[in-house]
Design a binder for this molecule. Structure first.
Ligand SMILES: *[C@@H]1O[C@H](CO)[C@@H](O)[C@H](O)[C@H]1NC(C)=O
Ligand SMILES: *[C@@H]1O[C@H](CO)[C@@H](O)[C@H](O)[C@H]1NC(C)=O
Ligand SMILES: *[C@@H]1O[C@H](CO)[C@@H](O)[C@H](O)[C@H]1NC(C)=O
Length: 189
């Protein structure tokens, strides 16, 4: 009798120990299927980015001006812009919106217009509605095709990696308003 009690006591305390240990595990390896991850796939997204800096309803604003010493810099060195730019299926302003580009572009080159881009594509169309992609890259806006890394994502784009190709579709020299064509290639699950 005492033996059985002792046995149960041991059993009980050891399960208790394991249970406490489990709830306090800091890291462990995990099979991808446990997260519901199936096969990795490659997707291609195509859209137009509207950067409107003029008029009464700009979508991008200069929030930090050039420093005093770079005030006349032809590359706007030091200026920081915040954008909430619409992304549309076609190049027209009234084309169907598929998402927004939300983030910062900052002039990081003293010799040419070279922006540091830190932004999220927040999608609102089809199956990607509510999913986001994060971009961190360099954008020499006056050169031909630029390439920026996709560094991650959320929702359907969890574990995303890839790149975005950007090519200016139109640039109004008077206002600075630009429409940029984007081709995004991204691996995700
Ligand atoms: C910038 O240009 C203005 C007007 O031409 C001039 O007055 C000013 O001294 C310049 N500033 C710098 C830092 O070169
Ligand atoms: C996207 O999702 C939001 C919130 O779930 C919903 O209100 C909206 O209608 C959806 N848009 C499209 C185009 O499906
Ligand atoms: C994506 O970003 C939007 C905001 O733009 C947010 O509401 C949404 O929760 C994000 N999606 C995920 C999966 O985190």
């Amino acid at each position: 009798m005492a033996k059985t009690l002792f046995f149960f006591l041991i059993l009980f305390s050891s399960t208790l120990l394991i249970a406490t240990a489990n709830s306090q595990i800091f890291s462990r390896s995990l099979s991808p299927s446990k997260l519901g991850l199936k096969k990795e796939k490659l997707s291609h997204l195509h859209f137009y980015f509207h950067d409107i800096v003029s008029g009464r309803k700009p979508t991008a604003l200069k929030i930090i001006p050039e420093a005093a010493v770079t005030k006349n810099s032809s590359s706007f060195f030091g200026a920081v812009f915040m954008m909430d730019d619409p992304l549309t299926v076609g190049p027209e302003a009234n084309s169907k919106m598929v998402g927004k580009a939300q983030g910062i572009y900052a002039s990081a080159s003293q010799t040419e217009v070279g922006f540091l881009m830190v932004l999220n594509f927040a999608f609102m169309e089809g199956k990607y509605n509510g999913s986001n992609l994060s971009v961190l890259g360099r954008n020499a806006v006056l050169s031909g095709v630029r390439e920026m890394p996709i560094v991650g994502g959320s929702g359907l784009f969890r574990f995303a990696r890839g790149y975005a190709k950007a090519e200016t579709y139109s640039l109004d020299p008077k206002t600075g308003d630009a429409i940029v064509e984007y081709n995004v290639f991204v691996f995700h699950y």
